[in-house]
Design a protein around this ligand. Structure first.
Ligand code: 5GP
Ligand code: MG
Length: 196
């Protein structure tokens, strides 16, 4: 099986599992421990980037809740990919429900930190909304492809330069439902939506 570096090949199909559902569960628990240690119990405002972060956010919110941190949740819709596996251009800001006003700390949650452009755009948007006390939490970090300086305060897993799907992350809106994280590889004539 050959790994292809991102952008993914033209006729991708589901490749090797990178992280199983159990590995993700253990890691999200550890992230919740870290965040709970840093913030202490109480309310914490989360802003999550749609759509890829929705499963990660849902799990993280529940793990934080049992540690005494209750997230309020806002969403931002940012997208640089369109229908493909390579960033299509500048990050597009879709209409987003207004962010609740907060003077307290904010945790920005995204699925994957890749070129860094999405995080940079999100930071600028939040700062224009008066939010400066900001930390960032990403499930995945792909440092090999950074185009602007960016890092996250909380990182689930580092990944090589492969295109990742599952656990909320998509390819053309497929694969988000998978409970694990897998790479896309070349070789099939049609996408395999695998359910293993
Ligand atoms: P960045 O703006 O840092 O390049 O990319 C962040 C966004 O690009 C992520 O929120 C995600 O939507 C998308 N992205 C980057 N790498 C991958 C990947 O390997 N798989 C998937 N499904 N999306 C990715
Ligand atoms: Mg995204």
């Amino acid at each position: 099986m050959t790994f292809h570096s991102a952008p993914a090949p033209a006729t991708p199909h589901l490749g090797p599992v990178l992280f199983t559902a159990e590995q993700i569960r253990v890691r999200v628990d550890a992230l919740a421990d870290e965040i709970a240690r840093d913030y202490g119990p109480g309310e914490l405002a989360a802003v999550a980037v749609l759509k890829g972060s929705f499963i990660f956010l849902a799990d993280l919110a529940r793990r934080l809740s049992v540690r005494g941190i209750h997230l309020t949740i806002d969403f931002m819709s940012l997208s640089s990919y369109g229908a493909g596996t390579a960033p299509a251009g500048p990050v597009q800001v879709q209409p987003t429900p207004p962010l609740r006003a907060t003077r307290g700390p904010v945790l920005l949650v995204d699925d994957i930190l890749d070129t860094g452009l999405t995080l940079q755009t999100a930071r600028e948007l939040l700062s224009r909304n008066g939010i400066t006390n900001l930390r960032t939490c990403v499930l995945l970090d792909k440092p090999a492809r950074r185009r602007v300086p960016a890092n996250a305060d909380y990182v689930g897993f580092q990944v090589e330069n492969v295109f990742v799907v599952g656990y909320g992350l998509d390819y053309n809106d497929a694969y988000r439902h998978l409970p694990y994280l897998a790479a896309l590889v070349a070789g099939a004539s049609r996408p395999d939506r695998g359910t293993a």
